[in-house]
Design a protein around this ligand. Structure first.
Ligand code: ZN
Length: 151
């Protein structure tokens, strides 16, 4: 990855931390799932409002490091208005991305929206931070669990 792209990613992390998207408690949520990453101390709740198969609204509350917060912010803006199946596809795309199974220089347009996470694969401990909001969302979409931990 070039240093210009790396700087872009860092810029995106900072932006999302300054003004995170969908960072609020949702009073009328259909579902809420708590996600906890004991390794770092990231602790969020993801709120979901479904309309049939479509994610009508999604938000998150809680606290954690810059990477986890930026990831939750990016994730919520990506999945809002998507169907359950589309959200699950994004989840698996994201998974490949943070595990370094994707060349971020190839499809910059698409992955720039998921920035800053490609660089995260170089830091295994940070993968958990970036993945926590996604795992929590997945549990909420599938309605399987009420608490998710990365350990
Ligand atoms: Zn973290």
């Amino acid at each position: 990855m070039t240093s210009a792209i790396r700087e872009l990613y860092q810029e995106v992390i900072l932006d999302h931390n300054r003004s995170p998207q969908n960072f609020r408690v949702m009073e009328n949520a259909d579902r809420s799932v708590e996600g906890f990453n004991p390794l770092c101390g990231d602790h969020y709740t993801v709120f979901l409002k479904m309309n049939g198969e479509t994610i009508e609204d999604v938000s998150f509350s809680g606290a954690g490091c810059a990477i986890s917060k930026a990831s939750a912010s990016v994730m919520t803006s990506m999945v809002k208005g998507k169907t359950r199946a589309e959200a699950e596809q994004l989840f698996s795309d994201f998974h490949n991305l943070v595990r370094g199974k994707h060349d971020p220089d190839e499809e910059m347009d698409r992955w720039a929206r998921m920035a800053p996470f490609p660089g995260v694969s170089e830091f295994p401990a940070r993968v958990k931070c970036a993945s926590l909001p996604w795992h929590t969302l997945k549990a909420a979409v599938e309605m399987k669990k009420e608490i998710v931990t990365t350990e």
